[in-house]
Ligand binder design. Sequence first.
Ligand code: ARG
Length: 574
Amino acid sequence: MNIRQLLDDRITAALHTLGAPDTVTAIVKPSARPEFGDYQANGVMAAAKQLKTNPRELATRLLEVLDLSDLADKLEVAGPGFINIHLKNTWLSETVGRASARQLTPNSQTIVVDYSGPNLAKEMHVGHLRSTIIGDAVARVLEFQGHKVIRQNHVGDWGTQFGMLIAHMVSLKAHSGELSMQLADLETFYREAKKRFDDEPDFADAARDYVVKLQSGDAECLGLWQQFIDTSLRHCEEVYARLGVHLTRADVMPESAYNADLANIVSELQEKGLLVEDQGAQCAFLDEFKNKDGSITPIIVQKTGGGYLYATTDLAALRYRSGVLNIDRALYFTDARQALHFQQVFLLARKAGFVREDISLEHMPFGNMLGADGKPFKTRSGGTVKLVDLLVEAEERAFILVTDKNPELGEAERHDIARTVGIGAVKYADLSKNRNSDYIFNWETMLSFEGNTAPYLQYAYARIKSIFRRSGVDAEAISSPISLQESAERTLAMKLLQFTEATDSVVKEGLPNHLCTYLYELAGNFMSFYEACPILKEGVAEEVRSSRLQLANLTAQTLQTGLGLLGIGVLERM
Ligand code: ARG
């Protein structure tokens, strides 16, 4: 249940009965202060302007036709024409008990979520973290809402680098016969191949030959390439497993898969008159990409010499997603540097008719992960940090913390806890920031048990679980009514009911930080409630205790569900 939406729908309808045009809506928002009620409708002023009437008068007439008596016990006009809505305690207490966290939208969409997409020539590095976890969280929330999500891992497995890698494989094979050992460390393998490419002209020539051979379907080349790709994908899968990210082989739709379609893409663009030849390259010059000096940044779809580009592949991918996958919406999670690329391919795909008109194409850009110095995150010596190393370090650091806090737990259990806390902390630190900005990666803050962090939320969950262990009550078996007497109880219930508002806004804008903020506030509301409203203390009446236990249980469930949607686990104890 989305209360905000419900109120918005009903007040909007009432405004329309008073003659307000269709474009006018109620603009309902949670109130900024308790004296303004729980929600506020701000749409009356705009409606009055349209109707050329006094806003306060319109607000008063609105209250005459608006019937919210089932859920609100007080509606009042405030200021120039705001409507303050005070929800009924009885309605809140009945609804919070019934509202299950799971809600399926009947008219679900088919949505491609394009995320992770590492280049397979190298191992995954920290630069792939953001796309992988932000995309995964949004995909989970969309699925939770009942949409059909098609994950597309658009990995880079095609292009000139692979000629170099094949050349290195061939020469190693000639010398030692056994490749799998060398491929175990892809980073070193890549570095060696690159060095030879730069230093040895014969090697570089061979590498260029292998690219041509690969692209013309030479069986031996394809075999070596496949072996490399398999190894690289296994590396990715290890990282996904460690991160708890829902990406499998079945979600991999690599660049190479579109290879056979690229010539068609170019010839169709030509037929439609969208291309011109510029210094031997095939380019689209769209007026929409005119720069200040009057020049246009072209979209190059074929290089001099015939090679295709990143944009060509994305055009083919768009056509596939529209025509074959039949999607309603596609979300692309890449860093902000690709913003122009996506604007260009989206527009060109539309002009060429490669995608149905009603499809929504959305680039969801993100900023950089920075080191303490405010510069892009690097190793001490200035190299790129392998993602797997970062994750191992997260678990090690969490293990020290857990051991410090709970020295009495067995080592295996401490390792389990450390994994959930360490990985959760890394993911949450990223997801809780608005993805559009850069952020500074900081181990101390992300692993802190205080503040807006994963350990804080996991700890709140574990604390509730411990209340239940001490109470001896089975959380699921309580069915007595919830009553909201204390203001802390009411605040907590209200927050519990706003879960859907948080998840709705995550999927609308592709911003998981909305859900993080919600969970952080929920945990804070719970802590205040727990301080003000004793549960297990002697003297607490039986029905008060069971009402409070239910609020506690609903909080735990909501924390678990919410963290789960962010791809973060909870712990029974920590
Ligand atoms: N491989 C690309 C990169 O590393 C990301 C792919 C994003 N998806 C896409 N359809 N272009 O930057």
